[in-house]
Design a protein around this ligand. Structure first.
Ligand code: BEZ
Ligand code: FE
Length: 281
């Protein structure tokens, strides 16, 4: 027995209570969490008032959650924790396209559209042609890759943030590659927007002197049989928030080209090839 709890033995006192036959990974995760949590309180000499505020903050974070709003994911994103967990779990060969944060605005079951179709249903914003290929590490085209794309509107809101204002599935769609691996669709040139900041996370950003903005980006979820799932964005080069993204999602390899083309109603073109790494066999 570790003895009664003291300030000096706090970590052993708590971890020593774990049963012998519990899930070994759970035991490892919890022991490490307790070690770092207790060290945090010691390092910072946490006051009672500060911890009371912390509990009240986490309580409000939970209370803000609903089927439409996930304030805990937002907290994880704003603390850079989502990007860290993503990096740990998606180490890839250098040539493969990099992952970034998934975000809360993906919606399952978007319409599968014909190659070349537009995802922009409200006709607002500057039209942009997105095209390229889905290829493997050797540059070979991948057939049957599903490219699930979503972006904000010209006003900086996802359709799900404005039900009844934007058409359902506005700026969303799924495209499936044929044997040449090529994809092509029309959308808008996205705009930068603030993450939802009317809750505890927004309050935290305010206290920390941080703004809530994300640089403009198009979201991509690319999946293909036998390949690692790719969750990424292509960011608009030159955006004012590239170096201060509220959720730390920017990687230099994901800053895309948006070239002016002016071809009929199309004003921009954004070419990008997605390179997928195979899953371990
Ligand atoms: C997004 O890009 O949609 C997003 C990512 C993280 C937090 C909020 C929004
Ligand atoms: Fe986004």
């Amino acid at each position: 027995m570790a003895g009664y709890f003291t300030e000096e033995n706090s970590i052993e006192a708590v971890n020593g209570r774990m049963g012998k036959d519990i899930n070994p990974r759970l035991a490892e995760v919890m022991a490490c969490l307790i070690k770092h949590l207790h060290a945090f309180a010691q390092d910072i000499q946490l006051t009672q008032d500060e911890w009371n505020y912390g509990i009240e903050f986490l309580t409000r974070t939970g209370q803000m959650c609903s089927s439409e709003r996930q304030e805990f994911i937002l907290l994880s994103d704003a603390l850079g924790f989502s990007m860290l967990v993503d990096a740990i779990n998606n180490r890839r060969p250098a040539r493969a396209t990099e992952n970034t944060v998934f975000g809360p605005f993906h919606v399952k079951g978007a319409p599968v559209r014909q190659m070349g179709d537009s995802i922009n249903l409200d006709g607002k914003g500057e039209s942009c042609l997105y095209e390229g290929r889905v290829i493997d590490l050797d540059g070979k085209p991948i057939e049957g890759a599903r490219i699930d794309v979503w972006s904000d509107s010209a006003e900086g809101f996802y359709d799900v943030q404005q039900p009844g204002v934007q058409p359902r599935w506005n700026n969303r769609g799924i495209f499936v590659t044929r044997s040449d691996g090529a994809y092509r669709f029309a959308g808008i040139k996205p705009v930068s927007y603030p993450i939802p900041d009317d809750g505890p996370v927004g309050e935290m950003l305010g206290h920390l002197g941080r703004h809530p903005y994300r640089p403009a980006h198009m979201h991509y979820l690319v999946t293909a049989e036998g390949y690692q799932k790719l969750v990424t964005h292509i960011f608009v080069a030159g955006d004012a928030y590239l170096e201060s993204d509220a959720v730390f999602g920017v990687k230099s390899s994901l800053i895309g080209v948006f070239e002016r083309v002016v071809n009929g109603a199309t004003l921009w073109r954004s070419p990008f090839d997605f390179v997928l790494a195979r899953t371990a066999r």
